[in-house]
Design a protein around this ligand. Structure first.
Ligand SMILES: [Ca+2]
Length: 123
């Protein structure tokens, strides 16, 4: 899963109404901030003097404004949801699963690293 672009294709088509277990692992970087698929809290990751920059410019541009920074997100059709390291999902549609880090639009260029996502169909 590349980290430097919006909504990467996974090639995995889920089936509507079926339950899946999604797990993400690996390390990625938002500029110099290192984190895992659960993302980070600005208050822990950055010195205080940098907070206003984030709050003033970025949160409204996040793909998921309610989620953590750099949390692994999934998207099926118009439905966006948090995956992180662990997620049980009932597919809302029979569509391809797309993934992205919860970064601000226009700020993907400074991202590095790669995550692996496994998708298991629950029987
Ligand atoms: Ca970024």
């Amino acid at each position: 899963m590349p980290v430097d672009r919006l909504w990467s294709h996974t090639g995995i088509v889920l089936e509507r109404g079926v339950q899946y277990h999604l797990s993400g692992y690996g390390t990625w970087y938002d500029a110099t901030i290192k984190c895992d698929p659960n993302g980070y809290e600005v208050q822990q990751a950055l010195p205080k003097y940098k907070w206003p920059l984030f709050w003033a410019t970025n949160p409204l541009k996040l793909l998921n404004t309610k989620g953590r920074w750099f949390q692994l997100l999934g998207k099926i059709g118009d439905s966006v949801f948090e995956i992180g390291t662990d997620k049980v999902l009932t597919a809302p549609d029979s569509r391809e699963l797309l993934c992205a880090p919860n970064d601000a639009r226009g700020f993907f260029g400074n991202n590095k690293g790669e995550l692996t996502l496994t998708v298991t169909r629950e029987e």
